[in-house]
Design a protein around this ligand. Structure first.
Ligand SMILES: Cc1cc2nc3c(=O)[nH]c(=O)nc-3n(C[C@H](O)[C@H](O)[C@H](O)COP(=O)(O)OP(=O)(O)OC[C@H]3O[C@@H](n4cnc5c(N)ncnc54)[C@H](O)[C@@H]3O)c2cc1C
Length: 376
């Protein structure tokens, strides 16, 4: 028998990694609170919801980490951090932290981690969160799992189980950091549900004076120029989305998706082939390599429901699929199946919704008029 055939399955030897003694004192779950011009990115609140669950399983405290320039604007955010379920909020204010810069925020976060020693640190997989997570993990020489779709605790050794798609989305893997702390992970917006807000819930504020020096920071902020594309789609936060896929066949048919979206006041989404065909721009792609969405209603027209699309939209409250093929994978998880041709069903839906919404508007207007006349 040749060597090449001598490959009978052998048991895989799992390396036994023991957490070094110096990391055993690391306790608590942290969430980086990302903000810009006084507005907190909603992914931070979503992560606090998941962080609360992890902290409760571990029996430890949940903390928000808030860094920024001097001023009351930042301090005011601490109350919101408490309202979203934390026990405490680490507050680090310094003029050098006024605008986000990788170097100053990395120095700040690594000093906080080295001082207070959390076992888990979560960040949003946003432009800022991804930038910061990578440099903090590299500086601390710890492990980071990017773009997680699930987070849990292994009760046997209290380690963080970070799940994410792999091999082009065809497999899910769970990554465990056995040998270093903190265990770091990023999660994209809308992957985790938004937790309920309790304004009465207080959080202790721990102020930390960071040792930072502007002259040591190599990048300088000269000006802030807002994104000129102020009308860019806000897909992740839309309540209603109508998405089109390859089944639309041609660009003119993709207009049917846009028309239904306009009637419903919905955002337009697209599958990857629709984006690649140039029918929609890349900002509108839903899925593993596009946006994750969590609308109240997601209408998928001419989309098969491949796993790489599914991971981006299965968090919707209700999913309606329009497809010629009753066996399309989308119908395995959709709430409503409309079997038929998109070129007939999209205009029919558009007409039906337009009629229904017009009736509802008339009824509302009549109710207001009656109320104004004191008839109710
Ligand atoms: C690493 C990686 C990342 C990826 N990331 C993404 C991603 O972010 N988002 C994404 O969408 N995909 C992504 N993909 C691609 C994904 O695997 C699928 O190929 C893609 O989602 C399929 O798009 P679709 O449903 O529009 O097309 P198809 O799979 O071709 O489905 C078209 C559907 O339309 C139906 N249909 C055809 N004609 C009509 C008609 N006239 N009326 C009604 N129905 C009709 C067909 O029955 C079919 O079900 C990724 C792939 C890889 C490998």
């Amino acid at each position: 028998m040749s060597d090449a055939l001598d490959t009978a399955a052998k048991p895989i030897k799992k390396p036994k990694r023991v957490l070094p003694e110096r990391f055993k004192s690391y306790k608590g779950v942290w969430v980086f609170i990302e903000h810009e011009h006084g507005h907190v990115h909603p992914v931070s609140w979503e992560l606090l919801g998941k962080g609360r669950e992890l902290a409760d399983k571990l029996g430890v405290e949940l903390a928000g980490v808030l860094m920024g320039g001097d001023g009351d604007e930042i301090r005011a955010i601490t109350a919101e951090v408490g309202a979203h379920g934390t026990d405490l909020c680490y507050l680090a204010q310094h003029p050098v932290l006024h605008d986000y810069r990788n170097q100053s925020y990395t120095l700040g976060m690594t000093e906080l981690v080295n001082t207070y020693q959390p076992e888990i640190l979560l960040l949003g997989a946003t432009t800022q969160g991804r930038d910061l997570a990578g440099s903090v993990a590299t500086t601390l020489l710890t492990g980071l799992t990017a773009d997680c779709t699930g987070l849990d605790i292994d009760p046997s050794d209290r380690s963080l189980l970070s799940s994410r798609p792999t091999f082009g989305g065809s497999l899910m893997c769970t990554i465990v950091n056995l040998a270093t702390r903190p265990q770091m992970a990023t999660v994209r917006p809308r992957v985790m549900p938004m937790p309920a807000r309790d304004p009465a819930r207080p959080a202790r504020v721990v102020e930390h004076a960071l040792q930072l020096d502007e002259s040591a920071i190599v990048t300088k902020v000269l000006d802030f120029i807002p994104d000129a594309r102020a009308d860019k789609p806000q897909l992740p936060f839309a309540d209603f989305i109508v998405s089109g896929g390859r089944g639309l066949g041609k660009p003119e048919n993709f207009q049917l998706v846009a028309e239904l979206a306009r009637t419903l006041g919905a955002e337009v989404g697209a599958s990857r082939p629709a984006v690649h065909a140039g029918w929609a721009d890349a900002e509108r792609q839903v899925g593993q390599s596009g946006k994750t969405v969590r609308p109240k209603l997601y209408i998928a027209a001419g989309i098969s429901g491949a796993v790489q699309h599914r991971v981006g939209m299965e968090g919707a409250d209700a999913i309606a699929g329009i497809n010629l093929d009753p066996g399309a994978p989308l119908f395995d998880f959709a709430n409503y199946a409309l079997i038929g041709n998109v070129t007939e069903l999209l205009p029919a839906l558009d007409k039906a919704f337009a009629r229904r919404l017009a009736t509802a508007r008339t009824q509302r207007a009549q109710a207001h008029e009656e109320a104004d006349r004191g008839e109710v």
